[in-house]
Design a protein. Structure first.
Length: 126
């Protein structure tokens, strides 16, 4: 029972610098959903990285921005085992509707964007 289950996305799989976000914004493909936008950039042979953005103008104050990012991050975290280890950088941009959308609706929106970006495998395939 010494094996510890890691539930967070590792540091090397997070977009951390402004240069990383700028590259995704400049070169990536934008996919728009009802509650968020995903910027997807193919980066073969590099680890998959994720980032979450919620602007004051689009979402609201600090509490609302943090809540929107947390909701998106949790949905993506639970799908992390079905995502490739390498090859794509994703930046999720929350809309104001991400705050109040019913959870199943937000999940469906994020999953459809992940599939459209090619970053989500079906559950049936290993």
């Amino acid at each position: 029972m010494n094996e510890r289950r890691v539930e967070s996305i590792a540091r090397e799989h997070r977009l951390r610098s402004g240069l990383d976000y700028a590259a995704v914004k400049r070169e990536g493909r934008a996919l728009r959903g009802r509650h968020c936008l995903v910027l997807a950039l193919a980066r073969p042979d590099e680890p998959t990285k994720l980032g979450f953005i919620a602007s004051r103008r689009g979402v609201g104050g600090a509490v609302q921005r943090n809540r929107a990012r947390r909701r998106l991050r949790e949905i993506v975290r639970r799908r992390w085992p079905r995502m490739p280890e390498t090859g794509v950088w994703l930046a999720f941009v929350a809309f104001g509707s991400a705050l109040h959308a019913p959870h199943p609706e937000l999940v469906a929106d994020v999953e459809s964007l992940l599939r459209a970006s090619g970053a989500l495998r079906d559950e049936a395939r290993p």
